[in-house]
Design a protein around this ligand. Structure first.
Ligand code: GLY
Length: 592
């Protein structure tokens, strides 16, 4: 077994509140039983996480949501592979062991820092709407929006998957290892079986009724009619066969041929809620390189994915509005939370009005992150109380814009992977099948996404069209926010999280925790969450954040206390590498 050089930082003890958060929200702690025996490095990584300390390394680092996936990436990096190679290995393993969150049937966004050129590239592997959809896809006969799960479960919500094409693209651009070799560990694990994690078991049990709506999905997750249990060994031979085929033939075999026919038949044949995905949709799918969205913040450049994601724009807007304010009092300070909460509300107002797939609607990207515009919007935060009303602003634009506000429903799911390789390349990728277990349809051993429900269910409001309405070939607006932060042109932080539209708040807080609160990455991922998306100020139950309710209520916020299950995976890049894995989930960071 490879030896990992990994030491746990002992300085900089985690803040009391960060540790409290970890204690309060660590049902995942039980998962360690399943993973602890994997290797001494994995055991040490869990020990670091428990202690609220980052994992430190000199050469490379990988942080993701499941130790088996992290180990697959670590093995690639240790053998001299690039971050792109490792990303392929991590993603295909996640598709097996964390199938509810991401996989071949979904989509992803990658932000890449190339060490040789010093350039940031962003690749859009988002799902697309089938050519046969209409803007009323998620409306009933009376034009009213469907109930969320009526839209999600079945074929109607399935967009053309982008993840396989994205993996092939990044391997072609930046990979060095043999393609098939990157799929081999996941093939072996699928054939030998993997121990179901407590999180997966808990989610299967909670979703049994919906999973049961598809025979194939039910047979896999509830083999004897009952939900799989934690520790049970799950074999996925169809997934192994799919990966073998992709290893031998390349991802063209995903988008045409028998597998493509099976995907289409599964979507179009879904009981009660068929979809319109066709072989043509699969055949014409392409990933897109997009212009990165980079916004300045306190001598840093915060770079991420532009439209169809709203992630980098909303984060850039929040940080731009907060630039003029002192946040050093930290996460338990009511004024700091007021500033962050109202900056988020203002950013979400613009997001709901203006952001969609920029290939279909003109998005005022430059105007939205123009420092002058954000200074003007930030001036609205200068009072003492919550803003009584929040409305979209009027960023500078170069096309006429008249949109109604969006009505998309977004529930948390998804997974985030951060990787730094030995050459200094950085990969930050957020990957999803949308809702937990996606459309609940399974083919070839993987789940198909329900990404189309990230479109607005309403196509118009009072006769005015919604920018993020369903259209043929369009990509639904996302909140995914894979991020790379630069200082003086060099990367200093890779970050991102799952969590639906709360991704924006989770990731922004992590960046502020590092830059403004001086926290290391493990402290940053453990900070209790307080997230405002345009309505109730959500406070993380069982943590110090819940104690903010009274103070925030006094200045005018409606608050709610609830579980806020981020899945932040951060890598700080400096003289050494430091990795942080969210205490709310099962992931770890490994490095050498
Ligand atoms: N489906 C999660 C997102 O794209 O934001």
């Amino acid at each position: 077994m490879r030896k990992f050089l990994m030491c746990v930082l002992v300085a900089a003890a985690g803040s009391a509140s960060a540790q409290q958060a970890a204690d309060a929200i660590a049902p995942e702690a039980a998962s360690r039983g399943a993973f602890q025996g994997m290797s001494p490095a994995v055991g040490a990584a869990f020990a670091a996480k428990d202690a609220g300390k980052p994992v430190e390394a000199q050469n490379w680092m990988v942080a993701a949501a499941n130790p088996l996936a992290v180990q697959a990436g670590a093995d690639v990096l240790a053998a001299g592979g690039t971050a792109a190679d490792a990303l392929v290995a991590v993603q295909v393993m996640l598709g097996l062991v964390e199938p509810q969150s991401s996989g071949l049937g979904g989509g992803a966004f990658l932000v890449w820092y190339d060490a040789e050129s010093g350039e940031i590239t962003t690749i859009d592997g988002r799902e697309t709407a089938p050519l046969a959809v209409t803007p009323t896809l998620f409306q009933d006969a009376a034009g009213e929006p469907l109930k969320f799960f009526d839209a999600v479960v079945g074929g109607r919500s399935v967009g053309t998957p982008g993840t396989p094409a994205l993996l092939a693209e990044i391997h072609k651009r930046w990979g060095r290892a043999d393609w098939a070799s990157l799929l081999a560990p996941a093939i072996a694990r699928a054939e030998a079986g993997f121990a179901v994690s407590p999180r997966l078991a808990q989610l299967v049990a909670g979703d049994a009724e919906r999973l049961a709506q598809s025979d194939i999905t039910a047979a896999y997750f509830m083999p004897d009619g009952a939900p799989v249990e934690a520790g049970e060994i799950l074999v996925n031979q169809p997934y192994a066969e799919t990966l073998k085929m992709l290893g031998e033939e390349g991802v063209g075999a995903f988008y045409a041929g028998d597998l493509a026919k099976s995907i289409v038949a599964t979507v179009q044949g879904a009981k009660g809620n068929p979809g319109v995905l066709s072989e043509v949709d699969l055949a014409i799918y392409r990933v897109k390189e997009r212009a990165a969205v980079c916004a300045p913040y306190r001598a840093h450049e915060v770079c991420g994915m532009g439209p169809p994601s709203s992630g980098a724009l909303a984060i850039g807007q929040m940080l731009g509005m907060l630039e003029g304010y002192d946040l050093s009092a930290g996460p338990q300070d009511i004024t700091v939370r007021r500033l962050m909460g109202d900056a988020a509300r203002l950013a979400f107002a613009d997001r709901g009005r203006y952001v969609a797939d920029s290939d279909y609607v003109p998005v005022p990207v430059a105007g939205m992150i123009d420092p002058a515009y954000l200074t003007e919007r930030g001036a609205l935060l200068s009072g003492d109380d919550a803003l009584p009303e929040v409305a979209p602003g009027t960023p500078a634009f170069d096309h006429a814009l008249l949109w109604a506000d969006d009505a998309a429903i977004e529930l948390p799911s998804t997974s985030h992977i951060s990787i730094v390789d030995g050459a200094g390349n950085v990969a930050s990728m957020t990957t999803t099948i949308e809702n937990g277990f996606g459309s609940r349809l399974m083919v070839g051993g993987f789940l198909l996404n329900n990404e189309l429900t990230d479109f607005s269910f309403r196509s118009h409001q009072e006769g005015v069209p919604v920018a993020n309405r369903v259209e043929p070939g369009k990509r639904p607006r996302s909140s995914m926010a894979p991020t790379i932060v630069l200082k003086d042109g060099a990367p200093v932080l890779a970050a991102g999280s799952p969590g639906g539209s709360r991704i924006i708040g989770y990731t922004t807080q992590a960046i502020i925790a590092v830059i403004d609160w001086g926290m290391d990455v493990q402290q940053a991922v453990g900070v209790p969450h307080a997230v405002n998306r345009f309505g109730t100020y959500d406070l993380e139950e069982g943590t110090d954040a819940a104690t903010l309710a009274e103070g925030l209520g006094e200045i005018g916020y409606e608050t709610g206390v609830r579980a806020l299950t981020s899945g932040l995976h951060l890598i700080a890049i400096g003289d050494t590498l430091q990795g942080g894995a969210d205490p709310r989930r099962e992931g770890i960071a490994l490095g050498d």
